[in-house]
Design a protein around this ligand. Sequence first.
Ligand code: PLP
Length: 333
Amino acid sequence: MGPEVKQLEETLSAFVNVKHCITVSSGTDALLIALMALKIGVGDEVITTPFTFIATAEVIALLGATPVFVDVDPNTANLDVLKVEDAITDRTKAIIPVSLYGQCCDMDHLNAIAKAHNLPVIEDAAQSFGATYKGRRSCSLSEVGCTSFFPSKPLGCYGDGGAIFTNDDSMAQTMREIRVHGQSKRYVHDQIGIGGRMDTLQCAIVLAKFPRFVEEIEMRQAIARRYDSGLASLSNRLKRIEILPENKSVYGQYTVKTDDRENVVEALSAAGVPTAIHYPVPLNEQSAYQHYAHGNTPNSSELSKQVISLPMSADLRLEDQDYIISTLQEVLS
Ligand SMILES: *Cc1c(COP(=O)(O)O)cnc(C)c1O
């Protein structure tokens, strides 16, 4: 908890335009601490998407609560907000949308549904730090925003780190205490907490990288536009993830959909181009989570067979990107 911790928290809360930033040990612990502060536990239900990284649902299950999986929109791969209301029951205690691939879901609509049922919305913004929705930053769009500084995320440290954002003073205080073992004063523990601090060293690394971050976001967006236009001629075989007009994605991933994934992955790999699948199995089809599955989520299942993420980084060289695009054109045209 050296001076860089507070410095980073002040820098990021100003950037996001939210009153409180609490740095924590990872994006996973950010979500866990937020749910703990909301006193979510056994018997409670939390609505989320099955088409995400495991951490989103894991923290719900760890607290003894039940993840309730609502299907995604096939065009954006984000939570289908229209389907959320049907999943709300007397036991629902929170909603966790994921801003997948760097794009927020329709947060105003989701917030309105949540408000009508008096439910908090926790944005899993692990892939979307820096993104905007209607001009407002990801992590400022609901009660709580949680992000990650894992190296593969848009703003990475050199190990594990994360942050929680909220405008709620009392919740911020609770989350700060949970971060250090539920300690309100030295050796006074009024609630159960975790060892959830972010290292001063990792905070210093994010602080050092931060001055270039806005420029890096613009570089990522320029690279995404180059992919969009370079791959446009393949649009019947390689479909883009749709970016809603109110959104500016940070392209945590540049992900496309194809029914020919196996061939595409193989051809790119043979050409020396690495790819990744985000994600090959929806969470409600994972063996550890199957008992939580209620009803099916066909869009998530279909996307899990179609998606492929192409190399994306602010520093991807244009000649490397041209090579990736021409390799894809050879395989698919
Ligand atoms: C990476 C990620 C997390 C977890 O973040 P860590 O810092 O790795 O713990 C949670 N949710 C999503 C959607 C992620 O991509």
